[in-house]
Design a binder for this molecule. Structure first.
Ligand code: PLP
Length: 390
């Protein structure tokens, strides 16, 4: 009889003091829609991240959507222009490319940092390539310096999906600061949470202004006050309160979620530290088994514990074994994305060998600040049992 799940992907991350904080806010405000708390959260996040501008939205998926849509508008990209993306990432890293009438050009992944196969990346660039949309997968920073070298002086922008890698670093600089815009997710299971939520970071002022418009219907009044006078002069026949400068969405988030975010941000460094310490123990445990491929990285911000088996059957047996022992697991993100129904109709998934390998040979279990030494010892003993080690 399988044990009920006790090791979940994420635990009850919000505590009594978070609820108290939220209740106090509710009692003392009359404004719940995007306002000063959202701005405060953006300012604090920008300080933490080390970037100039932040735009808070309602999910990491919305952050990705605005990254693509706002750059398409700003740079006047044509339909059918190309965006290079990895074959292993989350579905909503790809969806906005398609939804914006651009072509996702898929590149296989590598098993060292789980980012692009860099040689294939280089060969995938064409005169139509407008952006390389990097995913820093599972907390491992992609080799951006290599990617920048590959781009050279071509007019190709870099976008970073940091939804799984908040706080990961390259040479002491946080990922999300290396390109022309980056996306973060604060969904429940991520490094920090606002329950639902996402952030876009950039150092580019024009892009920031476009993001503000796109987030909120295209409304001019969303721009910082210093621009209002000048814009009003350009459109004297339109009431500034309902002046739409571009086509937009409504992907705003609320004051309540920002209040949660502000409290979480104070703890994020300790969350990341706990995840990374757990990951070190995980590597120690796993290093006893030749069956596994281990991924280590200097500046990582551990997201989960991924098991990558050399042998597919062993992986299936082990995943079943840990489920029977009360541990929740998931595929390695979307596996080979090209196998998924929404993409299968366009692409031959078998061309992406490493993505396909991860599809069949890998899965992950939860790593977070609630995973303690006892849990790691339990994992150790379960693995010893499974692999028949003393
Ligand atoms: C790499 C990556 N990008 C984007 C997202 C989307 O974030 P959200 O769930 O906040 O929409 C996720 C979600 O897990 C993700 O892992």
């Amino acid at each position: 009889m399988p044990q009920s799940i006790f090791w979940k992907l994420q635990e009850d991350i919000l505590k009594q003091n978070d609820f108290k904080n939220l209740t106090n806010f509710i009692k003392t405000t009359k404004r719940f829609t995007q306002f000063t708390k959202v701005r405060e959260f953006e300012t604090e996040f920008a300080k933490w991240q080390g970037c100039k501008y932040c735009v808070y939205v309602n999910s990491g998926s919305s952050a990705n959507l605005l990254l693509i849509n706002a750059w398409k508008t700003l740079k006047n990209w044509s339909n059918q222009d190309e965006i290079i993306v990895p074959a292993v990432t989350w579905s909503t890293n790809i969806a906005p490319v398609i939804q914006n009438n651009l072509i996702p050009v898929f590149v296989d992944v590598n098993l060292n940092d789980l980012s692009f196969n860099y040689e294939q990346l280089e060969n995938s660039i064409t005169p139509k390539t407008k952006a390389i949309f990097i995913t820093h997968l599972l907390g491992f920073p992609a080799d951006i310096n290599k990617i920048k070298k590959i781009i050279g002086n071509r007019d190709i922008i870099i976008l970073e999906d940091c939804c799984e890698s908040q706080g990961a670093q390259i040479g002491g600089i946080k990922v999300g600061n290396f390109g022309d815009g980056s996306a973060f997710s604060f969904y429940w299971g991520h490094h920090m949470t606002t329950v639902e939520g996402g952030m876009i970071c950039t150092n580019d002022e024009n892009f920031y202004k476009m993001l503000l418009l796109k987030r909120s219907h295209g409304l001019a009044r969303e721009l910082p006050k210093k621009y209002h006078k000048e814009i009003k002069k350009l459109y004297p026949d339109i009431d500034f309160r309902f002046l739409f400068l571009t086509d937009g969405f409504n992907v705003r988030n609320t004051e309540l979620h920002a209040v949660i975010g502000l409290a979480q941000l104070k703890k994020i460094d300790s969350f990341i530290q706990a995840r990374n310490e757990n990951y070190k123990l995980f590597l120690d445990i796993c290093s006893n088994y030749d069956d596994l491929i281990l991924i280590k990285s200097e500046g990582m911000s551990a997201f989960v514990f991924q098991f990558i088996f050399k042998n597919k059957k062993k992986k299936e047996e082990f995943q079943k074994f840990i489920a029977e022992n009360g541990i929740e697991s998931r595929p390695l993100i979307s596996g080979n994305l090209l196998r998924q129904p929404f993409l299968k109709k366009y692409y031959d998934s078998t061309r992406f060998k490493k993505a396909d390998f991860l599809h069949t040979n890998a899965f992950y279990i939860g790593n977070n600040q609630f995973v303690n030494k006892d849990r790691m010892n339990l994992l150790d003993s379960l693995m010893k049992r499974f692999f028949g080690k003393k």
